[in-house]
Design a protein around this ligand. Sequence first.
Ligand code: ZN
Length: 64
Amino acid sequence: MYETEETVPHGGIYLFERHQYESRCKPSQNEKEVEFEEGESFPGCPRCGDGGFWRYLRASDKEE
Ligand SMILES: [Zn+2]
């Protein structure tokens, strides 16, 4: 998994897995799936902005 502020290792769609700290925030599945490009930094939670963890989900839709 990748942490908020780490560099995106390769472009694709990533899933916001969980918050770093316990949170009542519950982003929807749609909010949790975000596309990033290589070299960007992972942001915080797509809903509340708190730090958390991302995991690689699949290649970009555009490339397929
Ligand atoms: Zn959140």
